[in-house]
Design a protein around this ligand. Sequence first.
Ligand SMILES: *Cc1c(COP(=O)(O)O)cnc(C)c1O
Length: 467
Amino acid sequence: MRSPYGRAMTDVKRHKILLDEDEMPTRWYNVVPDLPAPPPPVLHPGTLEPVGPDDLAPLFPMALIGQEVTSDSYVEIPGDVLDIYRLWRPSPLYRAHRLERALKTPARIYYKYEGVSPAGSHKPNTAVPQAFYNAEAGIRRLTTETGAGQWGTALAFACTQYGLECEVWQVRASYDMKPYRRMMIETFGATIHPSPSELTNAGRAILAATPDSTGSLGIAISEAVEVAAQNADTNYALGSVLNHVLMHQTIIGEEALLQLAKVGETPDLIVGCTGGGSNFGGLAFPFLREKLAGRMSPSILAVEPAACPSLTKGSYAYDFGDTAGMTPLMKMHTLGHDFIPDPIHAGGLRYHGMSPLISHIYELGLLSAVSKPQSDCFAAGVQFARTEGIVPAPEPTHALAAAIDEARRCAETGEEKVILTALCGHGHLDLPAYDAYLSGRMTDSEWADHDADAMARALAALPAVPA
Ligand SMILES: *Cc1c(COP(=O)(O)O)cnc(C)c1O
């Protein structure tokens, strides 16, 4: 064996591709002006006219409303936000040499790892600026929903950085299944309630009709929005779906572009998991910019759970973002706002709708989508953990399963594809889900005919929106 000290650097495999702190991008990217057609407007549920800034002011600070509708291609990241980002950013890009070897694939697999953040996921990338702009506007408290608890954890961390109170409604199924996230949210100083709760009109209405409701992200959003709308010193923060959230997450893709350039690679396939679309959009949009400018030509693939397939099975229609119907109407791929998906371990992917921006880009034919049952995803997660040494959160195992499928195809065809994925969180607080998988207790609930009926009922109840 040769001494490692005598080796030339060129012999050393690059596992981690790092950026220095001063190489971190200082702007977020807005994909909207680069698209061949603008996305449809968000509508007021009463008038069915496009919403204006005043309609959103009870919930969001003007700085974020401005970012939601901006036609600028870039927004400067405030210095104070950059300073907090530097606690964990730039995040590492890894080459999955050991996974590649196990798959005997000529494909080169890269993953951008967001599990190094305080919450263990990509969510603080938007939680920090959202807390910053709210604090700057003199707001005292933020309310929000959380599914698996990742977003609640991220917002609790961000609020404590700026001295804001934080109140979180967590989907009942996850609240019961994942107590460690609740403990982490409380450690960061926030208050947390299971949803549906007795604290709001929306929660009480659901409990009256369905006392043992497992909850949903749509219900939890209704509760958090209701409290924010009723209190002048309180705003609401959303962890995904909206344009400004996806824009904040583009720090992921901007860093990955610089990191791949360091090793002279361009991706042939970008694959990410989609709940509301923020980690996927955050990784993919800067590469989509390069693609639209003709500088590279990656395929872009969204992977969603078979139990909640908004892109692959949902309708592209105007729908509410929440269950009680309090939010503006957004045109998006939706399973219907009162559709309640079966509980799955990837709680962060259990949302009835898809980001309007991702939905629009899907309609433009600039990305494709597949769905996967959770046991296939956990098989991929276990293979990834055993080769690369990181236990992934249940959500990104969907992306890993699709990346592994593609790498296996490459093993058959001999194609040397470059695959890039976002490993958007670690699964250290999701180990009971791995336990269920490893002990054979995991079941797959597929979206089925009864779901189609429920979706049809939910969509029939929507206001008709003129074309
Ligand atoms: C919240 C979350 C998701 C789903 O949200 P997106 O907006 O689709 O990214 C996926 N993975 C992890 C780890 C999450 O915390």
